[in-house]
Design a protein around this ligand. Structure first.
Ligand code: ZN
Ligand code: ZN
Ligand code: FE
Length: 763
């Protein structure tokens, strides 16, 4: 007789809420094993008993045939004494599991559900809420843990006998699929037009008709509303721009299939994989030709593209196609400028009603508001610029011994906070700018919800050094030990945190603005980071920002101060003509402000230097959205110059000072019709050379050969890709942000990391 063995198998990773236990159950039946499987604190625990050879096959299957949305980090086995019993069972999780249970992130429609959705003979044909254990809403509907239907917004829907049978059958794809539903028992879509109510697919058909006619529709999606219109209809997109008060900022576009995307964009295979992943982010893709969907991302060589990721979107595209309509749709966040995304019908009616021709809503309540995530592929990795749906509330593992909880409050722009529990860091979804009251409410609500879900109360509160940030003040109002962290130190530490860098490194932050320890506004900083200490070793030479905050919008202001610094008193002789678009009186006043240092803070901001160069290159005098000048300048850079403009470097009081004067003057002298591209290529090329030179100089002094790049300017793909390449070629080991944004959306992670490194002993 074959030898019978019993084994305990512990699996860690993303294995809860993704159909893992039914999968184990099926494999156990296939291999004729008895025993049980259950969720517990750290993952899934299995006890399996059967013939030794079957157990080997079973463990091999576990590792190789896992459910699509799962991720296995480790499998550990140990031998147990054999027991009686011949069944295999899925058993309830233990009490401890509740305390540390994970909330899974939302998952895009899976291939099986997609097939059923499009099958006229299926009972869920075109049903916009079809889902299974491999796909569907998760975080957006969770009210409390553990992740069980009564604790989600699906509580109010009672499953019909058919759905319940699926839910209870361990061999069914919908076994314990908490949001399981069908047209008989589940949520439905509705719309109201001129007092008449449309329900179910009548509402979706109305939406399809409106979209095909070039109208604007507010559509309740997974994490909130979208504003949708035909992306190829110039009049419709222009109207949406006017209504949203958004003249040029790029809109995200949704397509029904990869093949459709390939008509407008260049598409690499890792980009396709990212689009098709269960997180289904918007991916910034290079346009195939400059005029592709012209009104969608004017002046840029990329656009943010996603695939239809909910059954609602897929059903809508199907209905559109049956009307002969094949265009992609603008699918931008349903909010008023700078406000949070609307999440229910009442909010949508107030906020979006005046902007749209039709509101399509549904009754599966969105509990957690989440925007679409956005990222790009560069230097062999997918890199998020907005971390939200599909990532929240996943954690990032830290290289710090567990214990206690810390909170990083983030920055005021693109704010997000970070809560830690043991070694895990949970970065919140993208919240938005804290200059808006509604975002402040969203921030406080999300923090309260996340604390409750994680069951933590942070004793260490890290915040930005900026004295006037809303987030800093908010941090100071909380109980706990406060730790102020310099903005750019937090940026580069976010890289160290996500890549588990635990050796001394040179941190390079190229950024918009952040408050410095000398009271000036920092923004191009090279640090030496050792353990929990940091030293500023290089920076851009300071220049004045006349008008302070106004200088971020009116990009001629930093250009004025940089040109004057470069050319001296007679600057107007050579550069005065550039400012013909600026009212003469204003120009004089601003020059005086800069001269006298009145409301003209000093800065080393790389973002403002990019703004100035884009102004000099002729790309406009004002930015209508953050980063417009730099993004347009980057779009022109096809072949960055090998040497480019010269940046002089000198050492003063132990700090290398990088002087942009020659680059600014170089751009001025290059200026002319059709010369913007040359300016961009010379500037990018020169800046990369300067960076490598500065890093090398610091390395020569310190012997450090590891480098971390962060800050909003590293969303510039040319700078990031080429910077990493050249530094690697010079012998450095280089890291940059991937799972968290290099912009201020990632700063909270760096803040908690700093606080834990320095003050962990007190919590
Ligand atoms: Zn599915
Ligand atoms: Zn049902
Ligand atoms: Fe920043």
């Amino acid at each position: 007789m074959a030898r019978i063995i019993r084994k305990k198998i512990l699996i860690k990773g993303v294995v809860q809420g993704v159909g893992f236990r039914p999968h184990v159950y099926k494999l156990a039946l296939e291999n004729q094993l008895s025993g049980w499987v259950r969720n517990d604190a750290s993952g899934v625990t299995i006890e399996a008993q059967g013939r030794g050879s079957d157990l080997v096959l079973f463990i091999n299957d576990l590792a190789t045939r896992k459910p699509p949305a799962s991720r296995i980090d480790s499998i550990k086995t140990s031998v147990l004494p054999i027991l009686g019993g011949s069944d295999f069972a899925i058993v309830k999780s233990g009490g401890k599991a509740k305390a540390e249970a994970r909330i899974p992130a939302d998952l895009a429609l899976c291939a099986d559900c997609r097939r059923e959705l499009m099958d006229p003979s299926d009972r869920r044909y075109l049903y916009p809420f079809i889902n299974c254990t491999n796909c569907g809403p998760r975080f957006t509907i969770v009210k409390n843990i553990p992740y069980d239907r009564p604790l989600t917004t699906m509580k109010r829907f009672k499953m019909c006998p058919d759905c319940l049978a699926e839910y209870l059958d361990p061999l069914d794809r919908r076994f314990h699929a908490q949001p399981n539903a069908c047209p008989v028992c589940g949520p439905r879509v509705s719309a109201v037009l001129n007092g008449r109510r449309f329900d179910g697919n009548n509402a979706l058909e109305l939406a399809a008709q409106y979209l095909s006619e070039g109208k604007i529709v507010a559509l309740q999606s997974l994490g909130g509303f979208h504003l949708a219109c035909d992306a190829t209809n110039i009049a419709a997109v222009r109207r949406l721009r006017n209504l949203k008060d958004r003249p040029a900022k790029p809109f995200a576009i949704m397509f029904s299939a990869l093949a459709e995307i390939a008509k407008f964009c260049l598409l690499s295979s890792p980009e396709s994989s990212a689009l098709e992943s269960s997180a289904a982010p918007a991916v910034m893709l290079k346009k195939k030709y400059p005029a592709a969907l012209g009104m969608v991302a004017p002046g840029l060589d990329t656009m943010a593209v996603m695939l239809a990721y909910t059954p609602l979107h897929c059903a809508l595209f199907r209905l559109l196609r049956s009307e002969g309509f094949k265009s992609p749709l603008v699918m931008t966040s349903g909010n008023r400028r700078d406000e949070p995304i609307s999440k229910d019908r009442a909010e949508a009616e107030v906020n979006l009603g005046p902007l749209v021709d039709l509101i399509v809503f549904h009754d599966r309540e969105i509990h957690n508001r989440v925007d679409d995530s956005v990222g790009f592929f560069a230097a062999d990795a997918f890199r998020l610029v907005r971390r939200a749906r599909g990532w929240a509330p996943d954690s990032i593992r830290l290289l710090i011994p567990g214990g206690g909880s810390a909170l990083g409050c983030g920055a005021d722009l693109k704010s997000a906070f970070c809560l830690t529990r043991g070694k895990e860091a949970f970065l919140s979804q993208y919240i938005g700018d804290q200059t808006e009251y509604k975002n402040q409410v969203f921030y406080a609500e999300t923090l309260a919800k996340t604390r409750a879900l994680l069951k933590v109360s942070p004793a260490l509160i890290a915040h930005d050094l900026h004295p006037d940030y809303y987030c800093s003040n908010y941090a100071r109002s909380l109980k706990g030990v406060k730790v102020a962290v310099q903005h750019h130190v937090a940026h580069v530490l976010s890289v160290a945190a996500e890549h588990a860098v635990d050796v001394p490194f040179i941190g390079v932050a190229l950024d918009g603005t952040g408050y410095g320890t000398d009271g000036h506004i920092w923004g191009s900083e090279l640090f030496v980071i050792k353990g929990n200490t940091w030293r500023r070793s290089a920076r851009l030479k300071y220049f004045a920002l006349p008008g302070g905050d106004a200088a971020a919008r009116e990009i001629w202001r930093p250009a004025l101060s940089l040109l004057k610094a470069g050319l001296g008193e007679g600057w107007r002789r050579e550069a005065g003509a550039l400012f013909s678009g600026v009212e003469a009186g204003t120009l004089d006043t601003v020059e005086k402000l800069a001269d006298k240092g009145l409301n003209a803070p000093l800065t080393s901001s790389m973002g403002r230097l990019f703004d100035a160069i884009s102004f000099i290159a002729g790309l406009g005098t004002e930015a209508t959205y953050e980063g417009q000048g730099p993004m347009e300048l980057e779009s022109l850079c096809v072949n960055p110059a090998a040497r480019g403009y010269v940046f002089d470097m000198e050492k003063k009081d132990g700090v290398f000072i990088i002087d942009p004067a020659k680059a600014v003057i170089g751009a001025l002298r290059e200026r002319g019709p059709g010369r913007a591209r040359a300016i961009s290529e010379e500037f990018h090329g020169g800046l990369i050379v300067a960076l490598v030179k500065a890093v090398s100089a610091i390395s020569l002094e310190t012997g450090i050969t590891t480098v971390a790049l962060s800050g909003g300017v590293f969303q510039n793909r040319t700078l990031l890709t080429l910077g990493m390449e050249r530094l690697a070629r010079a012998g450095f080991k280089v890291f940059a942000n991937e799972k968290v944004p290099s912009n201020d959306g990632g700063i909270a992670l760096g803040q908690v990391y700093y606080a834990l490194k320095k003050f962990r002993h007190i919590i």
